[in-house]
Ligand binder design. Structure first.
Ligand SMILES: Cc1cc2nc3c(=O)[nH]c(=O)nc-3n(C[C@H](O)[C@H](O)[C@H](O)COP(=O)(O)OP(=O)(O)OC[C@H]3O[C@@H](n4cnc5c(N)ncnc54)[C@H](O)[C@@H]3O)c2cc1C
Ligand code: FES
Length: 262
């Protein structure tokens, strides 16, 4: 699969909430080849600190020319990225990783938590286009309404019905997305596409295992190279000892992984 290292121009900057930013980048090479679930490695700043690129899901593409990343400011790299502006350039490597497996005969269900919602927006848009007769169910959650509302709007603009949950009860169900899923009558051909914090994905694995449902998870581990050349991203796998989240994933069949459940 082709990968590109490019200086991409920022053509849109959106501050979605106090600490969530969306950048639209101009890169026909990456945008035209990207698949939902793939990611890019982005260099934050020109200097040596931070030295390593940071991984971000491709959260949407348009016109085979533009793609978006959506991120929360959590540390040094994301703080620097949040200070870029329209017209400036970012060094980006991608598209990387495998992406979600899609079958239009399944009842696809997108389950996201926090910034894990980012790749699901791309997947939702993709499914609406390739499986118009069977649009996906969307169940997403975040800490607060301020964090979740802009993302709900994005799914609704695709014509999708969105179920929501927030930690503080400010939008939708007061609690976890899994509680919402328990209230929905899911068919046996449901296929869960999941991305979010580790405990949520571990819980989704158990939820699906108990019901015999297919479950794909995107593992957002720490990453150093993003290309299978170091051991920065390993996750325990049932197939071998470890898998590389960057090159074997980031999307895995949840059954292939060894889950640490507290
Ligand atoms: C495939 C993939 C896709 C991702 N997609 C997105 C996305 O679409 N939007 C988004 O906001 N984030 C995403 N992430 C996470 C993102 O890469 C990190 O938030 C980012 O690298 C933090 O960089 P920083 O320099 O700001 O933080 P750092 O200074 O490196 O770390 C700040 C704090 O965040 C924690 N942290 C850093 N990276 C991670 C991680 N991967 N998982 C859990 N905790 C972490 C650190 O332990 C530390 O406590 C993704 C990660 C992966 C592997
Ligand atoms: S991040 Fe280097 S091998 Fe995955």
């Amino acid at each position: 699969m082709s990968q590109f290292q490019e200086k991409t121009q920022i053509i849109r900057f959106e501050q979605l909430s106090s600490d969530i930013v969306r950048l639209t980048l101009d890169s026909p090479d990456i945008a035209s080849r990207a698949k939902p679930g793939q990611f890019v490695m982005v260099k934050a700043g020109e200097g040596r600190d931070p030295l390593l690129r940071r991984p971000f899901s491709i959260s949407q593409t348009s016109n085979e020319r533009h793609f978006q990343i959506l991120f929360k400011v959590v540390g040094s790299g994301t703080s620097i990225l949040a200070h870029y502006r329209v017209g400036e350039y970012l060094s980006v490597l991608g598209p990387l990783g495998n992406g979600y497996q899609v079958d239009c005969d399944d009842d696809n269900c997108l389950v996201g938590g926090g910034m894990g919602i980012a790749p699901l927006l791309f997947l939702g848009k993709w499914l609406v286009r390739v499986c118009p007769q069977n649009p996906p169910l969307v169940v997403i959650g975040a800490r607060t309404a301020a964090e979740l509302s802009p993302l709900v709007k994005d799914f609704e603009e695709l014509g999708l019905r969105v179920h929501t949950a927030t930690d503080d009860g400010s939008l939708g169900h007061h609690g976890f997305v899994i509680d919402v899923l328990k209230t929905i009558n899911l068919g046996s051909s449901s296929r869960m596409h999941v991305c979010g914090p580790y405990p949520m994905m571990a819980a989704m694995h158990l939820f699906c295992k108990e019901r015999g449902l297919s479950c794909q998870v995107s593992m957002e581990t720490h990453m150093a190279c993003g290309m299978g050349a170091c051991l920065g991203c390993i996750v325990p796998s049932r197939k071998g000892v470890y898998a590389h989240a960057c090159s074997d994933g980031p999307v895995f069949d949840a059954k292939e992984l060894v889950w640490k459940v507290k």
